[in-house]
Design a protein around this ligand. Structure first.
Ligand code: NAD
Ligand code: UDP
Length: 327
């Protein structure tokens, strides 16, 4: 376990984003010094405003595609720098691919130069539209390398390749987390992912947009559970041999999620169906056997608890009060 002294310095690339800002806070609360490196492409100052009150927090505005030079030595590098929402990562697909390949390469080189341990935020998208269900880490996936999601899926796959080559060559101690759909406070209202879209639409009294029939499934992990998993993986004494899935195995159809949101936020104005995006995975659920075995980690917060928390946060964020649920 990393000693909890002020001398331990941790770089969080993508630290001003949704997950990264929670990770920075958890690391600061453990007493570490945190360097948050972010281009603010999808992150926000608002996410890290409160962290600026910690003396041990430093913000570096930089794109990971550019060479990274730090004035102090770091012991850990978390790489979360990449847009994660389909509309966001498809807005500039070439930049997304470069962020994941060149950016991960730059951060791995930095970890090697500093002798720092490295954690890569990979994704369940490496499994594409899976033919194996639930998805274990040894499933190699069903990914299109030419479709509109490829800039992200293939970018993350190439990033994993870089990670494992650095590891095999003994150039860095590397851990790879394959993160499944995560939600919670600090998601941007215009992020475009399902949980933020539905909650914001419901709070604004708009219809909920369900793409396709709504029969496709996802498994939703609350952000504090994910952050605990990322930190456990980074601090595991033994380097796992391969990637580790982190996610909540509770699986829901999108139609079920929309129904839950309507119960929680009664101002929702029904559901409208929109076309299903290209290459949208039909189902997704993590096999978390490895994480349980190697890290003793499993999620604690079911959707029935995390979704109301997130709805209340969005309501506050949008300057509204959450109407009481119907009796
Ligand atoms: P996010 O978009 O909220 O955060 C990403 C952060 O990275 C933002 O602050 C953004 O400004 C920054 N960033 C993007 N490109 C950059 C670049 N070129 N240089 C520097 N900074 C850059 O997304 P998130 O949900 O917090 O995801 C964090 C990480 O976890 C991402 O790598 C994502 O791929 C991975 N992940 C997230 C989920 C999820 O459900 N949240 C699922 C799978 C994987
Ligand atoms: N989705 C939807 N309505 C929305 C946003 C997303 O029905 O307003 C669907 C999307 O097509 C996908 C699922 O919800 O089937 C999860 O989408 P998200 O973008 O959150 O994550 P990902 O597809 O990357 O898992």
């Amino acid at each position: 376990m990393l000693k909890r002294t002020a001398q331990n310095t941790i770089l969080v690339a993508g630290g001003a984003g949704f997950v990264g800002s929670h990770l920075c806070e958890a690391l600061l609360r453990q007493g570490h010094r945190v360097l948050c490196l972010d281009s603010f492409l999808t992150g926000s100052m608002e996410n890290v405003q409160a962290l600026c009150n910690f003396r041990e927090f430093r913000l570096i505005r930089q794109d990971v595609i550019e060479p990274i030079r730090l004035s102090e030595t770091v012991e850990r590098v978390y790489n979360l720098a990449s847009p994660a929402s389909p509309p966001q990562y498809q807005a500039d697909p070439v930049h997304t691919m470069m962020t994941n390949v060149v950016g991960t390469g730059n951060l791995l080189a930095l970890a090697e130069a500093h002798g720092a341990r490295f954690l890569q935020a990979s994704t369940s998208e490496v499994y594409g539209d899976p033919e194996v269900h639930p998805q274990p880490e040894d499933y190699r996936g069903n990914v299109s390398c030419t479709g509109s999601r490829a800039c992200y899926d293939e970018g993350k796959r190439a990033a994993e390749t870089l990670c494992f080559d650095y590891s095999r060559r003994g150039r860095a101690d590397v851990r790879v987390a394959r993160i499944f759909n995560t939600y919670g406070p600090h998601m941007r209202p215009d992020d475009g992912r399902i949980v933020s879209n539905l909650l914001v639409q419901a709070l604004r009294g708009e219809p909920l947009t369900v793409y396709g029939t709504g029969e496709q499934t996802r498994s939703f992990c609350y952000v504090s559970d994910l952050v605990a998993g990322l930190m456990a993986l980074m601090e595991a004494e033994e380097t796992p041999d391969g990637a580790v899935n982190l996610g909540n195995p509770g699986e829901f159809t999108i139609a079920e999620l929309a129904a839950l949101v309507q119960t929680l936020v009664p101002t929702a104005a029904g559901v409208v169906h929109r076309p299903l995006p290209e290459d949208d995975p039909r189902r997704r659920r993590p096999d978390i056997g490895r994480a349980k075995r190697l890290l003793g980690w499993e999620p604690q917060i079911p959707l029935s608890e995390g979704l109301p928390e997130t709805a209340a946060w969005f309501a506050r964020h949008l300057g509204q009060s959450l109407p009481p649920p119907p009796v």
